[in-house]
Design a protein around this ligand. Sequence first.
Ligand SMILES: Cc1ncc(COP(=O)(O)O)c(C=O)c1O
Ligand SMILES: [Zn+2]
Length: 388
Amino acid sequence: MKSYFTHLQCTWCGNEFPHEKPIRTCPDCGKVLFARYNLDAIGKNTSRDVFKDRASNMWRFFEMMPVIDLENLVTLGEGATPLMRAKNLGATLGLENLYIKDEGLNPTGSFKARGLSAAVSKAKEVGEMRVTMPTAGNAGGALAAYAASAGMEATVFMPQDAPLANQLECRALGARLILIEGLINDAGRMSQEMAAKEGLFDLSTLREPYRAEGKKTMALELAMDLGWRAPDVIVYPTGGGTGIVGMHKAFQELQQLGWIDTPQPKFICIQAEGCQPLVKAFHDGEDSAEEYPNASTNAAGLRVPAVFADYIILKVLRETGGTAIAVSDKEMVDAMTEMGSAEGVFPAPEGAATLVGLKKLLDQNFLTGSENVILMNTGSGYKYMDLL
Ligand SMILES: Cc1ncc(COP(=O)(O)O)c(C=O)c1O
Ligand SMILES: [Zn+2]
C-alpha cells in the first residue's frame, strides 16, 4: 500500500501548504485545511476492487488516507462497521431501502474512533507525542485510547456534566482528564491555552486536518457496501459537523476518481432543539452560523454551540439538496427505545435523533419512499444509561 497524500489546501482562501510539519488551520486565514491527494495517480495505479480483500478496518482505504508510512498507523480495529437494512422500521415507515450504519461498534463505542485513529497516527508521523483536546464526551475517550496505544501523553478537557462513562473511560485509558465548567467551546479555549503553555499539540476537530479524513472512511464504506454508489440520503446527527464534512469530501474524491457515478447524497443535518446553530442558519438563509445562546441538550455530542466549519456544512446542505432539522431531547430518548426494540441496535441519543429526524422528513413529504436512506448511529447507547 502506497501513500498518495500530496499537500494541504485551505477550504476558504485556496492556498496550499506542505504536510510534512505539524499544521492545524490555514496559516494565512485561519480556516479549515483539507488533505489533498494525487487522485490521477491513484486512479492509474490502483482500483476500487482492492479494498474489500484487505483487513477489515478503515485503513483498508490507505491510498486515500493522509499517513505516509504504514509504521505510523495507530489502529485498534476501527471502522468496517455494519450497514444493516432496517427492515422493521422501514416497513413501519413505508421506506423500501432504509439502512442503519452502526458506528456504536467502533473501539470506545463511537465513530470518534475513526477521527482519532487518523489524527493520532498523523500526529505521531510528524513527531507530536504530547496532545490535548476539548471534547463533548466521546472524542475524549477515543483520544485516550489511541494515545495509549501510541504511547502518547493525552490531556482531555471535558464539560463536567458530560456522560459519566466518557469521564471514566478517559481516566481508565490513561488520559489526564480536566473537567471544566462550561461547554465544549470553553473547553476548546482552555485546551488551546494549555497547548501554548505546555507545548502540546491541539487536536480540536477541524482545527487540524486529519480527524475529518478518518470520518471520511464512513462514506468510503457506504459506497463500497452499496456496490460502489452513493446512497440517496444520509441523516446525520451534527455537532461540530466533522462527519458531514468528511463524508461529502469522500464522495467528491470517489466521483473524481470515477469510482462512483452517482450524485452526492442529500445530507440531512439533525440537531437538538436546545442547541441548533446550523438549523437556524440554514433556515435563515445564512452562510455562517452564529454561536447558539444557552445551549443545552442531553445528547452530549450535539451540544456544540459554535461550529468552526459552519461555512462548509451549510454549503454542503444546500448544494446536495439536503436540509436541517431540530429534534427534542424527549423525542431522542424515546427513539433510543424505538430503534432498539425494532432493529436490535442500541443507539446513542445522537444516533436515535436521526430516526426522529427521518419521521419529520416523511411528515414534510421530503422523501418519496423509494430512496436509499442511511441513518448514522454515531455511538453506542451503553454510555448513556442515566438517560434511560
Ligand atoms: C455520539 C455522537 N454523535 C454525534 C456527534 C457529533 O459529531 P460531529 O462532530 O461529527 O458533528 C458526537 C460528537 O461528540 C457524538 O459523540
Ligand atoms: Zn486560508
